[in-house]
Write a protein that binds this ligand. Sequence first.
Ligand code: F3S
Length: 670
Amino acid sequence: MSAGLPQVATPTTVHCDHLIQAQVGGPQDLARAIDINKEVYDFLQTATAKYNIGFWGPGSGIIHQIVLENYAFPGALMIGTDSHTPNAGGLGMLAIGVGGADAVDVMADLPWELKAPKIIGVKLTGKLNGWTSPKDVILKVAGILTVKGGTGAIVEYFGEGVEALSCTGMGTICNMGAEIGATTSVFPFNERMVQYLSATSRANIGQFAKLYPDFLSADEGAEYDQLIEIDLNTLEPHVNGPFTPDLATPISKLKDVAVENGWPTEVKVGLIGSCTNSSYEDMDRSANIARDAMAHGLKSKAIYTVTPGSEQIRATIERDGQLQTFLDFGGLVLANACGPCIGQWDRRDIKKGDKNTIVSSYNRNFTGRNDSNPATHAFVTSPDLVTAFAIAGDLRFNPITDTLKDKDGNEFKLKAPYGDSLPTKGYDAGKDTYQAPPADRSKVVVAVSPTSDRLQLLQPFKPWDGKDGKDLPILIKSLGKTTTDHISQAGPWLKYRGHLQNISNNYMIGAINAENGEANNIKNVYNGKWGGVPETAIAYRDQGIKWVVIGGENFGEGSSREHAALEPRYLGGFAIITKSFARIHETNLKKQGLLPLNFVEADAYDKIQPDDKVDILGLTELAPGKNVTLVVKPKNGEAWETPLSHTYNAEQIEWFKYGSALNKMAAAKK
Ligand code: F3S
C-alpha cells in the first residue's frame, strides 16, 4: 500500500499461525482465537485479497509446513518473515528468514541484499537406524557449532547418507539450522524430493528438476569454509537443553548428566509437532510408539500434546488413525498452529516459578519460551524420544537400553520407531482453508476500523527537507547494551504491531539513560521536565523539533524487528548516532529514512552530554564513503566538532532523500 503498487511484485502468501493459544484442544482453541483476533484476521484477509496475495487463514497450519506442501521446489529462492523459513531447504530450495522490512522490499520489487555467505559443508555417511532420526543430525550439528557457529553461513548437506533421509526429515534438519544462526541450510536435489513433490500434487516439478541434477547439487570437488562429517550409522539420539538448543547430550549420557546438573528428572509434559517435526512420518512413528506402549497396557504418564503442522497433516492422520491413537494414549490434539512453541500455551499443571521439566520436538528452548516460566527446564529432541519420555515420565529413561513395566509388572522394551515417510493412501487435504485472491480486486476494501487500537494504516513519511540538521536535541544518550528489545519491547506490545502510533509508546522504554542510569526517565531540554522517552519524543515532534539518539556499541542487536526503526521515524527522529550498529537494524533505519551515523573518534561518545545540542553538517553532499560532521554545542561551553561515518551506498542515499525506501519506490512507479 505504501509503495503505491496495485499488487505485490513477487508471488506472496500470508499465514496465520502465531496467535492461537493452546488451552483445551484444537477446535475450541481455534474458535476462541478467531473471536479475539477477528479484526486482525479480517484485515489480513482483505489486504491479501486487494493486493493479489494468497491467504492461509487461522487453522490452516504452520507456515513452514504449508510452504513445504505447496510452494517450495528445488532450485528456487524464497524469503520468509520467520527464522525457520529454511525448512524449505528440505526440498532443495534456498529459503531465508528475514525481517518484515526486507519482505516489504521484495513484495514491492526493491532489490534485496545479503552479504555473501560462507558455506559450511556437512557430509553425511552411513544410514540412520534404531531410535536415531533426522532431528538428531541437527541436534548434533548444533552441539558442534553452537548457537553462533553458523552465523553468516549457508549449511550445505551432502554425502551418501542423504539418500536415506525422507524429504520432510531433510526439512527438519534445515529448519533447525536457524538455531546455529545459519542464513539457511540446503540439501541437494534427490529422489526423495521427487517422491514428496509427487505426493503433494507436483509430480511435474519433480520430473522437470530431474533434467537438471547438476544445477541442483554441489559442484564436483566443491570446497567449504568449514567441513563437518557425521556417520549416521553411529549417530546417537540426542536431547538438547535445557535453556539453549546447543547443549547437546547423547541419550546414553543423559541419565548421568541430568542427575549431575540437578535437572528435574520427572517429565511433566511431552509436546510433539511444530514446524520442525510435524510431518506425516513424525506423526506415524510417534503413533506406533504409543501403540506399542498401549499394547502393554500403558498410556502417557506425562501430559502429551500433539500439534499437527497443517490441516492436511491433521486430516490425513485423522483418516489413517494416528490421531485416534494419540487420543487413546491420553494425548491432547491442539490446533494446527504454533501454540506452545511460541508461548501460546495456557499451561495449568504447575505454578509459575515451579522447577520442572518438559520435552518437546520443537526447535527453541530459551528460558520461558513455551510457558513463560523461567524455572521450566525445556529440552528439544525427536518426536520419537518425546513420546518415549512421556511414557516413562522420566528424563533418565533410555529406550535403547532400558525396560518399562507393563500393566502386569512384566518388563518390556519399546520397539524402535518405524513409520511411513509418506501416506500410502495419499494426503487428505482436509478443510479448504486457503483463500486465493479474487480475479477482480478493484472492489475489495481493506478492513481497518478507524477506531481500532490494533490496526492503523501507515502514512508515508515526509521527504527530507534538503537541509542539514541544526540545533537538534538529544532525546536520550543510551548507556550500555541497547538491543531491539530495549528499543521496542515485545510481550504485551506485540498486539500493537499493526498500529504504529500505539506501539510507538514503547520506544526506548527499556534503554538506560546515561544521565541518570534509569530506564524511561529523560529530561525535556526545553522545559526541564522529566518524563518517559515516548512522551518526550512526541512533545518534540509536535513542536516541529527533530531529535537525535546517541548510542554505544552494536546498537540494535537482537531481532530484526522493524518497529525499532519505524518508531523513531514516526516520533520525529532525524539521526541515530552510535559507536556501531547491528547490521539489520542499521539497514532498517536507512529504509525508514533515518540517518544511522557512527562516531569516528572513539572518545566522542563519552564527551557528548545528554543536554548538548547538535548540528549535522554535510548532508547536502552526502555520498558513499564520505564522512559528515557533528557539531556539538554544550549548554555552557565551547562548541566542538567530530566526524561521523556512515555505510550508505548511492541507492540508499535516495531512501534518505525521499523519506523512506518505500517513498522512493512509490516515486519511481509514478
Ligand atoms: Fe515454528 Fe511456529 Fe515454533 S514457526 S518455531 S512452530 S513458533
